[in-house]
Design a protein around this ligand. Structure first.
Ligand code: HEM
Ligand SMILES: *[C@@H]1O[C@H](CO)[C@@H](O)[C@H](O)[C@H]1NC(C)=O
Ligand SMILES: *[C@@H]1O[C@H](CO)[C@@H](O)[C@H](O)[C@H]1NC(C)=O
Length: 502
């Protein structure tokens, strides 16, 4: 009896003990978290944060660029938000964005790497690398892409040829409703593929279509709540199933595809006759074989190539998908584009970047698509590498910097009709007019590496499609501008009719 009482007491004690211990640990960790993440003096204001999660629960992951609007109104143009894994500051308004991307640029050239990205890419590649490695990889990529014709006539010809194939495959739809998503992605991707891998892929190549779907899925899911949770609690989320595991699997499969391409390049590689980016990179690697601090090794070859493949595919095709939607929803504007095409090119001459100068209206429409489409709404994040001040506030080392391109592209002070599709924003007396508040490619030393290529692709693909087809909503269906928010803002899946013009 006594023994039984004794063991009961012991059990109670142990239970109590455990609970006290857990409670104590929780209080301790919360305090630690509080101290660790207490904002420094003169830090930009923001909403109050929870321990561990920061402002996580205050963000809507389906449209993060919109939900914080109330905060911007309340706290002003420099808004601090704690994402749980990074302290971030969002910069709004042209003067401040220019200030941060141009004047303090030297202190914010690096990228913050989330845990989920680190898992697959470490800090290698072009998009997310920093410091010396970024400098070396970017310089090499720019030089090599130029050697393979970027910014020259030869890349124009490559795009024209691909545009021809795209028109052909869309002709097969015979004006019936179809979803243009992966045909467009394939066409756009073939341009960067021909530069990086030395080949293009047929639109009915099931294996390549599968890769494009992986890329699309990863782009979407990497910005999901699950991936954010992975970045806050990697040690836990690593073991839990969910969309974050899909993202990791997708990127791993894409890396495998690139690795296989590299292996097959090695087989018939001739250093004297580089065929593409991979060949040129293999040659560069031989110059650094004895150097352990060099960034030219096989892992970064895979990552840089995959970055070009990803950045060169998703962004431009998403923009083109927005373009078709805007045209089908604004038939009057589409007609004007076609009238300009008929006047300058007719039906037989293919558009080239040289025709752009003679086609201000079409050029303005493409710019307006980019303004309204606004596919990278908060720019690609940067991170502060040296304590910096901006507008009187302190931005300590390690702060993630987001620049609010949405606010810029929809600023009522800068645009006559900020929320309406209106090419006149880029026209003056019938001539094309550049606008300072338009920066879909960002600005500064880390500006989009593919801007020239993207602009050539957008112009030639868009103009070729407008030359041959009129895009219309399917009978009895209404098109809308609903979007899906991932690493890019893209239109939700839609069907459209491409009615042949002749
Ligand atoms: C409409 C199409 C495109 C848009 C809107 C776009 C937008 C952007 C933006 C906003 C950045 C971040 C710049 C910054 O941090 O300040 C970026 C970076 C980058 N883009 Fe693009 N991009 C497009 C097309 C392309 C294409 C076709 C390529 C292919 C070569 C490409 C390759 C890259 C790379 C490699 C980076 C990383 C540069 C670095 O971190 O140094 N982009 N892009
Ligand atoms: C960016 O600007 C838009 C438009 O003004 C606003 O709705 C949004 O809340 C801003 N986002 C952030 C993160 O500041
Ligand atoms: C090794 O690589 C680093 C980084 O690229 C470079 O700064 C250094 O000069 C190289 N050393 C030699 C011996 O080539």
């Amino acid at each position: 009896m006594l023994a039984a009482l004794g063991s009961l007491a012991a059990a109670l004690w142990a239970g109590l003990h455990l609970r006290t211990l857990l409670l104590g640990a929780f209080v301790f960790l919360t305090l630690l978290d509080y101290i660790k993440r207490r904002p420094p003096k003169n830090y930009p204001p923001g909403p109050p944060r929870l321990p561990f999660f920061g402002n996580f629960f205050q963000l809507d992951f389906r449209k993060p660029h919109e939900t914080v609007q109330r905060f911007v109104k309340k706290y002003g143009n420099l808004l601090s938000l704690d994402l749980g894994y990074f302290s971030s500051v969002t910069v709004t308004g042209l003067p401040l964005i220019k200030e941060v991307l141009v004047h303090t640029e030297q202190n914010i050239l690096s990228r913050p790497v989330t845990a989920i990205r680190y898992r697959v890419f470490k800090k290698h590649g072009l998009l997310m690398s920093s410091g010396q490695e970024w400098k070396e990889q970017r310089r090499f990529a720019l030089m090599t892409l130029r050697n393979f014709g970027l910014g020259k006539k030869s890349i124009d010809e490559r795009i024209q040829e691909e545009a021809h194939y795209l028109v052909e495959t869309i002709q097969e739809e015979k004006g019936q409703p179809f979803n243009p998503h992966f045909k467009i992605n394939n066409a756009v991707s073939n341009i960067i593929c021909s530069v990086t891998f030395g080949e293009r892929f047929e639109y009915d190549d099931a294996r390549f279509q599968e890769l494009l779907k992986l890329l699309d899925e990863a782009t979407y899911l990497e910005a999901s709540m699950w991936s954010e949770l992975y970045s806050i609690f990697p040690w836990l989320m690593k073991f839990l199933p969910g969309p974050h595991q899909t993202v990791i699997r997708d990127w791993e499969k894409l890396k495998l595809f690139v690795s296989r391409e590299i292996e097959s390049h090695k087989k018939d590689w001739n250093p004297d006759e580089p065929r593409d980016f991979i060949d040129a990179y293999l040659t560069e690697m031989t110059k650094h074989t004895d150097n352990t601090t060099s960034s030219f090794h096989e892992e970064s070859l895979v990552c840089s190539t995959l970055d070009l493949f990803f950045a060169g595919t998703e962004t431009t095709s998403t923009t083109l998908r927005w373009a078709l939607l805007y045209m089908a929803m604004n038939p009057g504007i589409q007609e004007k584009v076609q009238a300009e095409i008929d006047r300058v090119l007719g039906q037989s001459q293919q558009p080239s970047t040289a025709s752009r100068e003679h086609m201000p209206y079409t050029n303005a429409v493409i710019h307006e698509v980019q303004r309204m489409g606004n596919i990278v709404p908060l720019n690609v994040p940067r991170v502060v590498t040296y304590d910096t001040t901006l507008a009187g506030y302190n931005l300590p080392k390690g702060t993630m910097i987001l620049t609010n391109l949405t606010a810029l592209h929809r600023d009522p002070k800068e645009w006559a009709t900020p929320d309406t599709f209106n090419p006149e924003h880029f026209l003056e007396n019938g001539q094309f007019k550049k606008r300072e508040s338009f920066m879909p490619f960002s600005i500064g030393k880390r500006v989009c590496l593919g801007e020239q290529l993207a602009r050539a692709e957008l112009f030639i693909f868009f103009t070729s499609l407008m030359q041959k087809f009129t895009f219309e909503p399917p009978a009895n269906e209404k098109l809308n501008l609903n979007f899906r928010s991932g690493l890019t803002l893209s239109p939700v899946s839609y069907r459209i009719c491409a009615v042949p013009r002749v």
